[in-house]
Design a protein around this ligand. Structure first.
Ligand code: AHR
Length: 308
């Protein structure tokens, strides 16, 4: 364990000298976004900042993530931070944390459980991200008949659910027809494999647009399109979400056409919430971080100054 002592009586730590022991249940390491988020969290919950961090990455297995939270409870950590893999299934374990008087802060993804079971959530507006991506697509294709395939994120996750909903709302009444949609698990390999299947089924000529719920899947789709002899960004246009380095580079290179940002740098805000809650201060139930979006030209201007 780290230096200093940790309060284990659930909530008396106030950051004033005592080390705050925090269990962080991360989803896994599926994407570039996730690596940047993990780094941001580890930096914010450092010993230097008065924390002892117990880190767990659950490899995107919801049952393993719940077990990790149970183990944080039995270790008697001062607070628990969770990036929930999926939205459902949290009621019991959140109740167990409440019964043990351990405050829970959610970061990144949301849950369907009652908000009485956690102190606060900090993250991005996934539905708005979907709307921004969909508005770009509807404007880009105008009244041209457009065949679209979708690479979905992890089934049951808040970003997959909300990005689908936002996008579908934004393209309602447009000329875009969703011909297929499948999960690529937010990974590059998953995006590639699913896109290979779509290309076998419809051919390069039968697909006009890919909507990828994150950049990593878009990058996998680019590999599949190129292997099938197509030109990504031209024969098949691509819109994705995240704006991580590799995605932004593909946008600058003309292989992706539009990216909506999803800011992974949530560590400082999450750490502040933990300290405030343990100090008995009132905190907001939901803390939204703003996202931007980028065309190819805008990406070229900002790519060198992006922090992740
Ligand atoms: O929850 C945020 C999503 O999870 C990111 O868009 C994706 O890249 C990540 O894996």
């Amino acid at each position: 364990t780290g230096c200093g002592s940790s309060d284990s009586d659930g909530g008396s730590a106030d950051g004033g000298g005592d080390t705050i022991k925090v269990g962080f249940a991360q989803t896994g390491s599926e994407s570039g976004w996730r690596s940047a988020n993990t780094e941001s969290m580890k930096e914010a919950f450092s010993e230097e900042n008065g924390f002892e961090l117990v880190f767990n990455a659950a490899d995107n297995d919801p049952a393993a993530q719940i077990s990790a939270v149970r183990s944080f409870i039995s270790q008697g950590v001062d607070a628990i931070v969770i990036a929930p893999i999926v939205e459902d299934g949290w009621d019991d374990v959140l109740q167990e944390a409440a019964d043990a008087d351990i405050p829970v802060i959610l970061e990144d993804r949301t849950v369907t459980a009652s908000e009485d079971l956690y102190e606060s959530w900090v993250g991005l507006d996934f539905k708005k991200e979907g709307v921004m991506a969909g508005e770009w697509a509807a404007a880009e294709f105008g009244s041209e008949p457009t065949k679209m395939v979708v690479l979905e994120g992890t089934t049951g996750s808040a970003p997959a659910n909300d990005r689908a909903e936002g996008f579908d709302e934004a393209i309602a009444g447009s000329s875009i027809e969703k011909i297929d949609s499948q999960t690529g698990e937010f990974t590059r390999d998953g995006g590639k494999t699913v896109m290979e299947g779509f290309l076998q089924k419809y051919g390069v000529d039968g697909i006009d647009l890919v909507y990828a719920h994150n950049d990593d899947m878009a990058l996998g789709a680019i590999e599949a399109i190129e292997a099938a002899g197509g030109v990504p960004g031209e024969d098949i246009k691509i819109v994705s979400i995240d704006a991580v380095k590799d995605g932004m580079q593909a946008l600058v290179d003309g292989k992706i056409n539009f990216i909506v940002e999803c800011n992974p740098l949530l560590g400082d805000l999450a750490a502040e919430l933990v300290k405030d809650v343990l100090a008995g201060e009132e905190v907001e139930k939901t803390v939204y971080v703003e996202d931007q979006s980028f065309t190819q030209e805008q990406a070229a201007e900002v790519i060198d100054s992006r922090p992740y």
